[in-house]
Design a protein around this ligand. Structure first.
Ligand code: ADP
Ligand code: MG
Length: 260
């Protein structure tokens, strides 16, 4: 295979779903660690005021001097809010101030393009940038979808049958038309999979057809290990290296790379 040109910088992937508790943050932390294990230079961006990703990487969102909020509002350069978390993963942290960012940006022309513009100069230092979105389709998520090349939609297997992805795909269609022609849906990522449930097996089998978008594989199994990982500031790939969940995320990371 010919060597890929690095000049353009990182592939930016948004991880979004307007529902909370679907494993967006868990997937960002775990895929980030999996890409880093594959030798990729990874930047994670926490775009949720709840700052769960920041916390799960061992950084106290209440203690950070400057966060993604300060970069988005223009108070500090984005490069100044990048934390090195070790093992090839860097983080742009969130803070509670991010809850007020949308109202600050609302009056700005081109407000959906701010993140894209800020990431351009730092993107050359990374192979992959993952954007952890909040459970809404507000200005911050629109910024993520505008900056991204690809979208990953985590979805618990028990919710796959509920057509919950529809609204998000409508937004993606609008973003593609108006803001970012390059945006593609990389795939739905089935999470919290209970392989003993024949119902979940069935919906998993026809989910690709239902939405007309790719389904990433393998599904991420439901396991208590995920609840344990953030408490120690590491992803499940480090706290439980050989667990089924960690192995599934490693395999999904490889699947994603083949689709880019
Ligand atoms: P979101 O970012 O979409 O709100 P989170 O990643 O924070 O979702 O996950 C919500 C909760 O579900 C967390 O407590 C997390 O530990 C748990 N969780 C995530 N993935 C799994 C899984 N595969 N099995 C069991 N629990 C999980
Ligand atoms: Mg989250």
């Amino acid at each position: 295979m010919p060597p890929r040109s690095r000049a353009k910088g990182a592939t930016i992937l948004a991880v979004a779903n307007q529902k909370g508790g679907v494993a967006k943050t868990t997937s960002v932390a775990s895929l980030g660690a999996a890409f880093a294990e594959l030798g990729k230079r990874v930047l994670l961006v926490d775009l949720d005021p709840q700052a769960c990703l920041t916390f799960s990487l061992g950084i106290d969102p209440d203690q950070v001097e400057a966060s993604v909020h300060d970069a988005l509002t223009g108070a500090v350069p984005l490069a100044d809010v990048i934390f090195e978390c070790g093992d090839g993963v860097d983080l742009i942290p969130s803070s509670i101030e991010l809850a007020g960012t949308e109202s600050v940006l609302l009056g700005r022309p081109g407000r959906e393009y701010i993140l894209q513009e800020l990431l351009a100069p730092v993107a050359t230092a990374y192979d992959l940038i993952l954007l952890d979105c909040s459970p809404s389709l507000g200005v911050l998520t629109l910024n993520a979808l505008t900056a991204a090349r690809g979208l990953i939609v985590p979805m618990p297997c028990e919710m796959l049958g509920h057509r919950g992805v529809g609204q998000l795909l409508d937004t993606v269609r609008d973003v593609k038309r108006i803001l970012n022609k390059k945006l593609d849906v990389v795939g739905v990522l089935p999470t919290m999979y209970d392989g003993r449930s024949t119902h979940q097996q069935d919906v998993l089998a026809d989910v690709g057809e239902r939405y007309g978008i790719p389904v990433l594989a393998p599904p991420i199994p439901r396991t208590v290990r995920f609840a344990e990982a953030p408490a120690v500031g590491r992803s499940i790939l480090e706290t439980s290296r050989t667990s089924k969940g960690a192995q599934a995320y490693r395999a999904v990371a490889k699947d994603i790379l083949t689709r880019l």
